[in-house]
Design a protein around this ligand. Structure first.
Ligand code: 9MR
Length: 341
């Protein structure tokens, strides 16, 4: 995708780092995200000892060898996080009392610093050879429904610390990745710190996301970027994807498309694949026209056979034989299309 005016990423695991897949990935993409293996649970063994999953090493070393950027996913989430984060040693839940809040703050800070130290020790200081350029610092912190006046998801993080957990996660990430483990040659803040969310193209979610990011910026929280997952489908208007990016354009942040996929629905017919090609073309044209605000655009998977949504119809750009689909031709056409004057 030489035509892309922004880094183009794919979510992968170790399987995509070797053989034909490893070659093809580096041919089509310039950035990778760990689909599962940098989530909180990937850094600990069953008794809570810091013990990074070997897949982390495989992904980092592959990226460094191929000259690909790594977009980290994710430091703080309500899923795929060990239960001990939120309990005392005897298994009783932490409360929102001051002492328990401090326990969770310390665990959050220790987690983020341990991750930064491990990655810097293994692949170089940030901004100075390390391929890691960004993190989803927090993911999916907005509630799915509109039941809560503040719009926030009632996660375990929220239950103990309230919205403060978001401020702290960004602050700790900034100190770990952009200060303590940033290389001497690094300029600015080498690791961009993102908030990430799904359904940001829908009205309610977008309003609550915008309000939250506004609050964070007002409080001086070091948020560099706003991520839009874009797990969409053919009946989601591309205009709504563009509008989601435009909604945040006036804010002092970068943006990223972090997890895009577009299933055709079943059955997967040639005409559905053609329609999907047109969809990707229109979406990538919209992204190209907004390249100045885009940190990167990532697909959630490398090929259809490895997509979490394959059962809903061939969502990605390549099929499982790594052959180009109309979706890839569409994405390329969208990237090459002249911007409207
Ligand atoms: O694609 C991931 C899938 O393999 C995992 O089983 C799942 C578990 O929670 O997480 C998927 O990735 C999610 C991502 O981390 C956050 N946004 C939604 C993604 C799809 O569910």
């Amino acid at each position: 995708m030489d035509a892309a005016p922004f880094p183009l990423g794919a979510a992968i695991d170790q399987r995509e780092t070797t053989g034909a897949a490893g070659q093809a990935l580096a041919h089509h993409f310039t950035q990778l995200t760990a689909e599962n293996h940098m989530k909180p649970e990937a850094w600990y063994d069953d008794d809570g000892t810091f013990a990074p999953d070997p897949q982390i090493d495989a992904l980092m070393s592959y990226a460094q060898a191929k000259g690909l950027r790594v977009y980290g996913h994710v430091l703080v989430w309500h899923n795929q996080t060990p239960a001990w984060f939120f309990t005392h040693e005897d298994g009783t839940p932490l409360t929102d009392g001051a002492a328990d809040q401090q326990i969770l703050r310390d665990r959050l800070r220790n987690h983020i610093h341990a991750v930064a130290e491990y990655l810097a020790d293994g692949w170089g200081e940030f901004g100075n050879g390390n391929p890691l350029v960004a993190w989803d610092v927090v993911n999916e912190v907005i509630d799915k429904g509109t039941g809560f006046a503040d719009g926030m998801r009632r996660s375990e993080w929220y239950r103990v610390l309230g919205e403060e957990f978001i401020d702290l996660a960004f602050t700790y990430a900034d100190e770990a990745f952009n200060d303590r483990h940033a290389g001497p040659a690094a300029t600015g803040r080498p690791v961009a710190l993102f908030i990430n969310e799904f359904d940001t193209e829908t009205a309610d979610k977008q309003d609550r996301y915008h309000a939250l990011v506004s609050r964070l910026l007002e409080r001086g929280v070091p948020v560099d970027g706003v991520g839009h997952q874009m797990h969409v489908s053919l009946d989601v208007p591309v205009e709504s994807l563009a509008a989601a990016l435009d909604r945040f354009a006036a804010m002092p942040v970068q943006q990223a498309v972090t997890e895009m996929d577009v299933p055709t629905g079943m059955p997967v017919t040639p005409s559905a694949l053609a329609e999907q090609g047109h969809y990707y073309e229109a979406a990538f044209r919209a992204f190209r026209e907004r390249a100045d605000v885009l940190f990167s655009v990532s697909l959630w998977g490398f090929h259809d056979g490895r997509s979490w949504r394959d059962a809903y119809g061939a969502p990605l750009l390549l099929d499982e034989q790594l052959e180009a689909k109309p979706a890839l031709a569409g994405a390329l056409a969208g990237l090459r299309a002249a911007s409207p004057s």
